[in-house]
Design a binder for this molecule. Structure first.
Ligand SMILES: C[S@@+](CC[C@H](N)C(=O)[O-])C[C@H]1O[C@@H](n2cnc3c(N)ncnc32)[C@H](O)[C@@H]1O
Length: 256
């Protein structure tokens, strides 16, 4: 399973040919960036700066990443889509949206869950509702603009199911009463120092059994030290496992 290239999305997800084509185009662009020597050196440099200077992130790193997709690989995105479908996720928070690639998969899943009258996993006390959304978050205005363009291009299967909060998520997710009462899934695909603060903001709204997916927890383990300590601490209510995707993908279930 530890490969970065997966079969074309069409084998795993329900989406129109237009959306499939868009996803393949976006993944190819992201993969080309990620496979470049300069990007590899950037990641190794981050680890070196951590060991030498205890530096987890920097303004220079932000600058370097401003034009990078850093999208989740296709197989991780497909896994997220299937996971969201299997748990009937209606309300998803995505920490780190970039150019909006993983968001497209999450939005497809939420839209399809909301439209599925057979799903017995999504009926609330008030009966079936047709709503749901992915709350996407991006602090870089140029990235947020590109994400919006991609969702517009994807069209009605995707765009209506996304609410983008532009700005620092430490502020945008903290707006009082602005999160759904119950969050089914949280994706943490963000710079490592942001993972724990984001989880702490969202945790009060996680429903019992909610899933938290965190990218790259094996490759960047030293940078995730505090987050991993928190998620493994029995008092915090998570059961967690590192799945053997490239770089490690943490799957944590909230069972307080
Ligand atoms: C790894 S990328 C997300 C990739 C995306 N999930 C995908 O698969 O297509 C992480 C993103 O988080 C954004 N980010 C970092 N710190 C943030 C913050 N405090 N608030 C909002 N976004 C932030 C970065 O600008 C970057 O675009």
């Amino acid at each position: 399973m530890a490969t970065t290239t997966a079969p074309p999305p069409s084998q795993h997800i329900i989406a129109s040919p237009k959306v499939q084509k868009l996803l393949q185009k976006l993944h190819s662009a992201s993969e080309a960036q990620e496979k470049s020597i300069s990007q590899l050196l950037f990641y190794l440099g981050r680890l070196a700066r951590y060991y030498l200077f205890n530096e987890t992130w920097s303004a220079g790193a932000d600058q370097h990443m401003r034009d990078k997709f850093v999208s989740l690989e296709p197989n991780k995105c497909q896994f997220l889509y299937l996971l969201a479908r299997s748990i009937g996720a209606r309300n998803i928070v995505e920490a780190g949206t970039s150019f909006g690639v993983s968001t497209i998969y999450l939005a497809l899943a939420v839209g399809q869950n909301a439209a599925d009258p057979q799903s017995n996993l999504v009926a609330g006390a008030e009966g079936m509702t047709t709503r749901g959304k992915v709350i996407a978050t991006e602090k870089e205005p140029t990235k947020a603009a590109r994400a919006r363009e991609h969702w517009k291009e994807a069209g009605s299967e995707v765009e209506p199911w996304i609410e983008l909060r532009e700005g620092d998520l430490l502020e945008t997710l903290r707006v009082p009463d602005s999160l759904p009462e119950e969050i089914d899934l949280l994706l943490l695909d963000i710079w490592t120092p942001m993972a724990l603060p984001t989880l702490e903001i969202v945790r009060p709204k996680l429903k019992r059994g909610a899933v938290v997916i965190t990218d790259n927890t094996a490759f960047a383990k030293p940078l995730y030290e505090e987050f991993l300590e928190y998620i493994h601490h029995p008092g915090n209510g998570f059961k967690t496992l590192t799945l053997p995707f490239s770089g490690g993908l943490e799957m944590s279930i909230y069972l307080p």
